[in-house]
Design a protein. Structure first.
Length: 273
């Protein structure tokens, strides 16, 4: 009777197949186990401010007569370019898109959005020029008072009340936050905005990029000059202007549709005390 001699290579291969079958039975299919699971590094944030929805501070002697005409009442590209050349942009809020780039695994928890390295300084005389918004998207709106809030609060537009904020992102999920930097108008502020990102028992503090900047913010206050706002006009050679927090009959009579010439705006600025 012939003796069958088994090849050692086939024996080893058979043992490996059996081992892989045991692993799959216990832990599930091997390819699924090799997918990346959620890490804090899967958190991605980028600013998504609309270019034409912003605010600028201009010097009191800004040559308003040179501002390009815009009959729509909004800030067109030529208007934005002129404003950036003459003044400094201070967006009234920051829209930030946030994403969990993991394919599977645990959620990412984003919380404790706050300002750090905050510096306060006195404002200089400026003119406030506002580029209006045509409508807000679906965002989690956060209010952060730089003069006393330890962390940003979720704002409810219906009740006008604030509460704690936390945002959970499933793998592959996207979200959006709208951060309003608030504070007393008697001071300007600079600093950085950070948030805590947690998953799997690990928490890391990350910088939130603001309007294309990862190095921080500069919230310039107009001080007493914030009483007056200026916006694009709908008639050639005019601007829309009005009083914020108007109290007198004269101020109440002025609204967004008021047509103001540059010389009228300078006269009103001179009357502010």
């Amino acid at each position: 009777m012939a003796t069958i001699v088994k090849n050692p290579w086939f024996l080893a291969a058979g043992a490996l197949v059996a081992l892989l079958g045991l692993v799959a039975a216990i832990f599930g299919p091997v390819p699924d186990r090799l997918k990346d699971e959620t890490e804090v590094s899967n958190f991605h944030a980028k600013p998504v401010n609309k270019r034409g929805v912003t605010q600028f501070v201009l010097p009191l002697d800004a040559p308003l007569a040179d501002l390009p005409s815009e009959p729509s009442g909004y800030c067109s590209e030529p208007v934005i370019d002129w404003l950036r050349k003459i003044g400094k942009e201070i967006p009234p809020y920051q829209r930030i898109a946030i994403t969990n780039t993991a394919e599977e695994g645990a959620m990412l928890a984003i919380s404790n959005v706050r300002a750090v390295d905050v510096r306060r300084y006195e404002p200089q005389p400026v003119m406030v020029f506002t580029c209006p918004d045509g409508g807000n998207g679906d965002n989690a709106v956060l209010h952060l008072r730089l003069d006393h809030d330890p962390q940003a609060q979720l704002f409810n537009a219906d009740t006008e009340k604030t509460g704690p904020f936390a945002f959970n992102l499933q793998p592959g999920e996207q979200g959006s936050i709208e951060l309003h930097l608030l504070g007393d108008e008697g001071n300007s502020y600079s600093g950085r905005i950070v948030a805590d990102v947690s998953t799997g028992g690990k928490t890391t503090t990350v910088n939130l990029p603001l309007n294309g900047r990862a190095d921080g913010f500069d919230r310039i206050s107009a001080g007493k000059y914030a009483q007056l706002y200026v916006r694009p006009g709908v008639k050639p050679g005019t601007l829309a202007c009005g009083w914020n927090g108007a109290k007198s009959e004269e101020r109440d009579a002025m609204n967004l549709s008021s047509d103001c010439r540059p010389d009228q705006i300078r006269s009103m600025l001179a009357e502010i005390n």
